[in-house]
Each structure stands twice: as C-alpha cells, then as structure tokens.
Design a protein around this ligand. Structure first.
Ligand SMILES: [Zn+2]
Length: 83
C-alpha cells in the first residue's frame, strides 16, 4: 500500500482522493489509480488523463474520423505517454 506524506502526516491514496488536470481543458478531475495501473501503465509522471467530457468528445470525434479498432475499444481517453 502506498501513501503520501506531508509534514509527517500520512495521506492515504484512495479511489476518491487522487486528482489530475485534463490536458485539453485543464479541468481538475478524479483519477482511479486502480484503473490506470490495471491498464498496464504505471508511469504516474508521464501519463495524462482526459476529463470525462473531453474523453467523450474525443471518443466521438475518433468514431466519426478514421480510427483503429484498438482506439475505439478504449474510450477512457487515456493518453500514453505524455512527455
Ligand atoms: Zn477536459
């Protein structure tokens, strides 16, 4: 189990207190680390995650444009890698 430490205070990492900002709109949103890590991507510094609205919009745009089946099967909006 991992946790954050700030001024000697332990901050547990849960499924409701990890956040990031969307690389498109900059909106802060919650991230489910379980889901992120389950996707095989463990680079927490180089991974960007779209907010639900941008992920949906991006998924829809991809669907109308020519896209690969792999992209369409992954509508979560995860961007790998973000460097
Ligand atoms: Zn967004």
């Amino acid at each position: 189990m991992f946790y954050l430490k700030h001024k000697e205070e332990k901050l547990n990492i849960g499924d409701d207190n990890v956040f990031t900002t969307c690389p498109i709109c900059g909106k802060e949103h919650a991230v489910d680390l379980h889901e992120l890590l389950a996707g095989g991507e463990a680079d927490l510094f180089g991974t960007a995650v779209y907010c639900p609205a941008c992920a949906e919009r991006r998924f829809r745009d991809r669907k109308t444009a020519q896209s690969s089946k792999q992209e369409m099967a992954r509508p979560t909006g995860r961007v790998l890698p973000f460097r």
